[in-house]
Ligand binder design. Structure first.
Ligand code: SF4
Length: 298
């Protein structure tokens, strides 16, 4: 008889095959509930080589092989030595094994500098620079790959952390862009992002990758330790240990108010094309071009 390998919060035990069935069925329910996939979609996985992106790449690859949508993967190399070069090796191996075409775009090639170079010149939070570069390159290059949707590996823990981070910073506008399908405004140059792992906890994703036997190195970005996200993650985890269900509570209450949030916080001005690079932007000059300008002036 197959032995139990996982026990959920309610004490229910799962064998390996039961856990795979539970996990994949829950992801499938999320995809259906939020109509994430449509006929004729060209999906691009935002690949990092970490556990979340390989998990969702594997599941989506299985789904599209039966349904016929196209799938590729895109990895953004922000230029973080000792971290990204390790995850690139894992991503290449994984995509080769799964038969998924992988494109790697490097910020050094695109902008002539990576995150480490930027930090030597700019007195800015590394995650803000990294996020600006990654969002910009992901959108631009997934469009070049003719993507209709970008699939990200965000899980329930990631989303709960982001909701609280925005709350603490008083940035409801950013929260309005969250949810299983992101964005508030439509623009033909913006590629919508979908998060099929939205209701899966980080622990469940870790168990899934371990049971699959994937040799993923759990490399952490050197900037993660001191980040605001890591403080919030520790807080939520310690609360969850004490009061079970906190993470689900954050997500479920957020989803109840999200439609109202999206409705009331729609940007007043239209999305325009950045005057410098022609990429979509909420302002005349996009955040990436502002960053490039700061960098070139230093
Ligand atoms: Fe980028 Fe910050 Fe994440 Fe490192 S921790 S990959 S700098 S967002």
């Amino acid at each position: 008889m197959e032995k139990a390998v996982y026990m959920d919060q309610s004490g229910k035990k799962y064998t390996k095959s039961q856990f795979f069935r539970y996990f994949e069925a829950k992801v499938m329910r999320t995809i259906r509930k939020y109509s994430m996939l449509e006929k004729g979609d060209k999906l691009v996985i935002a690949m990092s080589g970490g556990k979340d992106s390989v998990t969702i790449a594997h599941i989506i690859n299985n789904i599209v092989s039966k349904r016929g949508e196209q799938l590729e993967a895109l990895l953004i190399d922000e230029g973080i030595p000792g971290y990204r070069n390790t995850t690139i090796v894992d991503a290449k191996k994984f995509c080769k094994d799964e038969g998924i075409k992988l494109t790697i775009v490097s910020s050094k090639k695109e902008f002539k500098f990576g995150l480490t170079d930027a930090l030597k010149k700019l007195d800015m939070n590394p995650c803000n620079i990294c996020g600006t570069m990654r969002r910009y390159l992901l959108n631009k290059h997934s469009r070049k790959l003719k993507a209709t949707k970008v699939v990200t590996g965000h899980n329930l823990d990631d989303e709960a952390q982001t909701i609280l981070m925005n709350q603490y910073k008083g940035n409801a506008q950013l929260s309005a862009k969250l949810g299983p399908v992101t964005g508030i405004t439509e623009h033909k140059k913006f590629i919508r992002r979908i998060k099929p792992l939205y209701f899966m906890t980080e622990k469940e994703v870790t168990v899934y990758t371990t049971l699959k036997g994937w040799k993923i190195k759990y490399t952490e970005c050197p900037n993660a330790r001191d980040s605001f996200r890591s403080t919030i993650r520790d807080q939520i985890n310690s609360l969850e240990n004490k009061y079970q269900g906190i993470k689900n509570g954050i997500i479920n209450s957020f989803l109840e108010i999200l439609p109202e949030l999206k409705n009331s916080l729609k940007p007043k001005s239209k999305i325009v094309n950045c005057k410098k690079c022609d990429e979509p932007s909420a302002r005349l000059i996009c955040s990436m071009c502002e960053l490039l300008e700061k960098y070139s002036k230093k």
